[in-house]
Write a protein that binds this ligand. Sequence first.
Ligand SMILES: Nc1ncnc2c1ncn2[C@@H]1O[C@H](COP(=O)(O)OP(=O)(O)O)[C@@H](O)[C@H]1O
Ligand SMILES: *[C@@H]1O[C@H](CO)[C@@H](O)[C@H](O)[C@H]1NC(C)=O
Ligand SMILES: *[C@@H]1O[C@H](CO)[C@@H](O)[C@H](O)[C@H]1NC(C)=O
Ligand SMILES: [Mg+2]
Length: 323
Amino acid sequence: METIPPALLPANMLAVLSVLLLYPYNPVSGVFQRLYCSLSDSCECDFKPNIRDLEWDLYKNVFGQPLAQDIVSEEVARFLQNKSPDRPLVLSFHGSSGTGKTLVSSMLGKYLFGSAMSSPYVHQFIPTLHFPRPDRVQEYREELKSWVKGNLTECARSVFLFDEMEKMPPGLIDVLEPFLGPSHVVFRTNYRKAIYVFIGTSGEEVINRKALESRQAGRDREEITWADLQDDIAQAIYNSTTSGFFRSSVVLQRLVGRFVPFLPLSRRHVERCVRAQLCQRGSCGRGDVVEAVAGGMTYAPVPGHYFSTAGCKAVPAKINFFL
Ligand SMILES: Nc1ncnc2c1ncn2[C@@H]1O[C@H](COP(=O)(O)OP(=O)(O)O)[C@@H](O)[C@H]1O
Ligand SMILES: *[C@@H]1O[C@H](CO)[C@@H](O)[C@H](O)[C@H]1NC(C)=O
Ligand SMILES: *[C@@H]1O[C@H](CO)[C@@H](O)[C@H](O)[C@H]1NC(C)=O
Ligand SMILES: [Mg+2]
């Protein structure tokens, strides 16, 4: 904004300006804040994206997930480079338990806002906690809609994480349809700057089948391409009553930007999980514990034993047992 010498401003204008300058960061000043945001377009809360550190953490500390690493870093970088995106960033994570979905989602929270998952602008919804009763869907729909609306009014750059989508009552997520599309800019709240991440195990059958085929053909997991999996995952979750997306218009309208497949983990990935955890505890040298923990996991399918059925889940507990 151009600076105008105070002497040239009428007194009432000065009063308005001083209110705007005094109140912009006060959360109770809803009206003024909205006015301020619309004038300055700088209501970015404490949004401090650090894409380089996000990529570094993703590639260094997430094991065996080339698709997730590439898609997440690409999509986040592309979305944040655009100062006025034409739609929000909507990602949906799929894959078996213990493969790193929650880990990656928490990295997002950590590197988008300085204060990590405790940021007031990272909202995590867990169905068993927030939406436990399927008979209350109508009530939950109203609640969720008003939360998202309210949260976006406070911070256009809000992040919404929906974990354990397989326990989300069918029909609930459709209430987000108007927020996820390209057309929503209402009353100075820009709904297109938000980030939504859905997380669930649904689609694991198609992902695991693909990984198995690739493995049986002697190919590297790096050679699995995401394009192969996008439609299959969309189909699978649309058809499944336990995906949170059963017959969902969010899927039909293609409002999910990318489906992010998390591949089943092999023994060597489990070993890396164990080693990383051990090092964090200052016991880097305990190869015997790496052997014992990785050897104690179950690997499937029965001919082959390629993939850990629980991924890296429960690794810390097993380390405690052997250490
Ligand atoms: N691909 C992975 N790379 C590194 N650590 C992993 C990976 N997958 C799982 N873990 C570790 O295993 C535990 C469970 O992972 P989590 O992200 O909660 O799995 P889920 O896919 O079920 O959400 C966490 O301690 C996490 O750090
Ligand atoms: C933002 O979302 C949270 C749930 O994460 C909710 O409790 C809160 O009331 C919402 N804020 C507004 C202003 O609606
Ligand atoms: C989903 O259901 C439709 C119709 O019932 C069917 O044609 C399609 O093959 C199903 N897809 C999957 C992946 O199950
Ligand atoms: Mg999880």
